[in-house]
Write a protein that binds this ligand. Structure first.
Ligand code: SF4
Length: 237
């Protein structure tokens, strides 16, 4: 896999218009804007993945934020969730700087790629099951390109956790477990002895949303622990 192939996929994703409700919403938000950002040109399109082409760790989120990724064009960039995530990635040696504010701010990730299960900002941060399934092939194609190096997937929240399972059959050719392991902060699933040697480990983390970080449900220390665990599972430490 080359970075060029990943860039070509990113360009294809950015032009997707498969979900009428999400296309309408992302474009309306981009046109109306939030007052604080009224002088900016919103991205207003699907937000592709970001990070290393030879990533060992994939951080999988839910969907771009209306005034974050949908504004800046980079996932988790320009919103409070991203502030928490990138600060933790910097502390754990996975990013060269602790902030992510725009696509040209110099941020570079080490060993990590970040992507969303649904690539367009949804109303109320809630994609429908149909939208999740419609967007899934983009994730599968991205994981296919990352497959040679990918060792760990961090699911931020239950939505990303559930969005991962179909990837096992479509990309890795193995049957997802039945019943599905439950999501939890720190939950770990590995195919292990069932024959999925190449299948990345799946690690759960509470989502970095303000709902979790403002209430203390997810603390910086808890997030650091997950990222350190991912480093270990990925063979980086
Ligand atoms: S959510 Fe995914 S499938 Fe739907 S329009 Fe956006 S990029 Fe396309």
């Amino acid at each position: 896999m080359t970075a060029a192939e990943l860039a070509a996929l990113d360009a294809e994703i950015s032009a997707c218009r498969a979900c009428p409700r999400l296309v309408a919403w992302r474009e309306e938000v981009a046109a109306v804007k939030r007052a604080a950002f009224r002088d900016q040109d919103y991205w207003g399109r699907p937000v592709p993945g970001f990070g290393a082409a030879d990533a060992r760790i994939l951080v999988l989120g839910l969907a771009p934020a209306a005034h974050g990724g949908n504004r800046t064009g980079r996932i988790f960039t320009g919103d409070r969730s991203g502030d928490v995530l990138f600060a933790a990635m910097h502390r754990t040696g996975l990013a060269n700087q602790p902030t992510s504010v725009s696509r040209d701010d110099g941020l570079a990730l080490r060993h990590v790629r970040i992507a969303a299960a649904v690539r367009c900002a949804p109303p109320d941060n809630k994609p429908t099951p149909v939208e999740r399934d419609t967007c899934a092939p983009w994730l599968h194609r991205e994981v296919t390109l990352l497959k040679p190096t990918l060792r760990v997937v961090i699911a931020l929240g239950a939505f990303a956790w559930s969005a991962w399972w179909p990837t096992l059959s479509t990309v890795y050719g193995v049957r997802p477990p039945v019943p599905r392991p439950a999501f939890g902060h720190g939950a770990l699933f590995r195919m292990g002895e069932t024959g999925g040697g190449a299948v990345p480990a799946l690690l759960g983390s509470y989502h970095v949303s303000q709902q979790n970080t403002f209430t203390g449900r997810l603390t910086p220390a808890m997030l650091d622990d997950v990222l350190r665990h991912a480093r270990e599972l990925a063979g980086l430490d």
